[in-house]
Ligand binder design. Structure first.
Ligand code: HEM
Length: 154
């Protein structure tokens, strides 16, 4: 598996920029997810019984940051170790959480599209196809690893 040093730094450097604007970033990510997969709304405990995505809600922020951060950390490991390794958590636990919440394969595509679009908007002039490709590859490999755990536990 090849994940180059350049790809690793594109992911790392863009996350350094984006993490300074987490409230906007997380709201945008969830808005895009809900636009493309409205049925996903009720899977999130903090979105049940509400018609709009709460602004500055710590839980909305937490999931968005975890998707960004885990993908970023996984990208670093991909380059250094050549495989998906997650920091601060385990793939087994990530698999169990998403299985229990009823997350399905296609949802990972919805979140991927929302993630890439959020990055494109957030990075503006600094965005490039290469940056997009690096995030895309890191996310795909992480999503596959999580789904493998989900299958193993189902
Ligand atoms: C919960 C990460 C993709 C839906 C979580 C948690 C983490 C996480 C770490 C636990 C949050 C906590 O309790 O602290 C990720 C990562 C993803 C990903 C790294 C992709 C690489 C998805 C997708 C969906 C999803 C595709 C479906 C649209 C959920 C839901 C919860 C959850 C519904 C429970 C949230 C709650 O109600 O408290 N995720 N997730 N996740 N995730 Fe994901």
């Amino acid at each position: 598996m090849v994940f180059s040093e350049k790809q690793e730094s594109l992911v790392k450097e863009s996350w350094e920029v984006m993490k300074q604007n987490v409230p906007e970033l997380s709201l945008r990510l969830f808005t895009l997810i809900m636009e493309n997969a409205p049925e996903a709304k009720n899977m999130f405990s903090f979105l049940q019984n509400t018609d709009e995505i709460p602004r500055n809600n710590p839980k909305v922020r937490a999931h968005a940051v975890k998707v960004f951060k885990t993908t970023c950390e996984s990208a670093i490991q991909l380059h250094q170790k050549g495989k998906v390794v997650v920091a601060d958590t385990t793939l087994k636990w990530l698999g169990a959480v998403h299985l229990q919440k009823g997350v399905m394969g296609p949802h990972f595509e919805v979140v991927k599209d929302a993630l890439l679009r959020t990055i494109k908007e957030a990075m503006g002039d600094k965005w490039s196809e290469e940056m997009n490709g690096a995030w895309s590859q890191a996310y795909d490999l992480l999503a596959i690893a999580i789904q493998d755990e989900m299958k193993a536990e189902a």
